[in-house]
Design a binder for this molecule. Structure first.
Ligand SMILES: *Cc1c(COP(=O)(O)O)cnc(C)c1O
Length: 371
């Protein structure tokens, strides 16, 4: 039923993205509205402790607090070029919902955000922000009441409203062209990293780029301009939840098999019969049973190395970054930092970590955990 919508997008997205008026508006908004380029921050105390050079790409400093807005601005500009006046989105941690509601307010478009009832509970500050911005936040009570279920509901909405509506997917998932389109919008992150490393290290490439993977959009952005640079090690960190083999995990590459979800063929956590396994992660943004097809390919081709971090590890790393650098990270981003203990490094190794978002939305979860 959605084939005509996806086909319309597939036929037009590249041409729209390449138009000079599109690029001018996109770049201007990234600069003056989002606050790009985001800093590449040298984490001095952390670097001393781990005896290597650790840089944090500060997507947490983007307007609305995470990398998500790079993509929502791009997609909503595309929607305007396609003549759509109603925007729908799904959200897990609420960051994508907030970013979408923000850009809809900016452009005067109506906005509906689907969110699992469990996530509405654990990400209350973001729910309040979306409402303040004028979005209609709809609670989803099916399945595990998290991201996958919100996505199902958004897809149902699009089926019922196929002409006026654009569905802004928040990660590198869904049918083509979404994975490619979202990667392109997020690729600004690695473009900036290359320029910033020249300034700081006298070279464009680090030894490692590291990011957490939910669907994989911050990771795609951080990896993009290094994909063909074989010297750069590409590190993805998934959420192991309570442990990979506990039945309460979201470590897709460790547990998944090839399957089809939300319009793409990719790695997917599923039962023998092909029923989707309910994922679990303490971080709402990583609580998804699949990964984008780009990352499935990086895994299969071994171009990327995949690790996972448990809920406990993520919480410890969140506290560690807070106490050592004065930066409270999103719990999602804390997963990536755990890589520092999963390998050994030498003094001259340059590691760039994606600090995908800030931890304000997670304060209640942190406080409860450390109580
Ligand atoms: C949404 C989110 C993620 C996970 O989504 P990706 O598409 O994998 O990037 C990670 N970190 C933050 C802060 C998020 O808001």
């Amino acid at each position: 039923m959605l084939f005509p919508n996806v086909e319309e997008l597939r036929l037009k997205y590249k041409e729209i993205i390449e138009r000079s008026d599109f690029q001018k508006e996109f770049e201007q908004l990234l600069k003056d509205y989002v606050g790009r380029p985001t800093p590449l921050y040298f984490a001095k105390r952390l670097s001393e402790e781990y005896n290597c050079k650790i840089y944090l790409k500060r997507e947490d400093l983007c307007h609305t607090g995470a990398h998500k807005i790079n993509n929502t601005i791009g997609q909503i500009l595309i929607a305007k070029h396609l003549g759509k006046n109603r925007i729908i989105a799904e959200t897990g941690a609420g960051q994508h919902g907030v970013a979408t509601a923000t850009v809809c307010a900016l452009m005067g478009l109506s906005c509906v955000v689907y969110m699992g009832a469990v996530d509405i509970e654990r990400q209350a500050p973001n729910v309040a922000r979306m409402k303040m911005l004028g979005a209609d936040v709809r609670a989803v009570h099916s399945g595990s009441k998290t991201l996958k279920d919100a996505t199902n509901e958004a897809i149902r909405d699009w089926i019922n409203n196929p002409t006026e509506t654009h569905y802004v997917i928040g990660s590198v998932v869904g049918p083509h062209p979404y994975p490619d389109m979202v990667s392109k919008f997020q690729s600004v992150i690695s473009k900036e990293i290359r320029n910033q490393l020249v300034e700081k290290e006298g070279k464009e490439s680090p030894d490692y780029v590291v990011a957490c993977v939910g669907g994989g959009s911050n990771a795609a952005g951080v990896f993009y301009h290094f994909l063909d640079d074989q010297k750069v090690k590409i590190i993805a960190v998934e959420a192991a939840g309570k442990g990979i083999n506990t039945g309460k995990s979201a470590a897709t590459t460790a547990l998944g098999k090839v399957g089809i979800i939300h319009g793409s063929k990719t790695l997917l956590m599923q039962t023998k019969d092909g029923q989707i396994t309910e994922p679990h992660s303490i971080s709402a943004g990583l609580d998804y049973p699949g990964i984008g097809p780009l990352h499935a390919h990086l895994y299969k081709s071994k171009r990327g190395q995949f690790f996972s971090a448990t809920d406990d590890e993520a919480m410890e790393w969140g506290l560690k970054l807070t106490r050592m650098e004065g930066i409270i990270p999103a719990i999602e981003s804390s997963h990536a930092l755990s890589f520092l203990k999963k390998d050994t490094f030498s003094k001259n190794n340059v590691l760039v970590f994606s600090l995908s978002g800030r931890g304000d939305k997670d304060l209640a979860t942190y406080m409860e955990y450390f109580d």
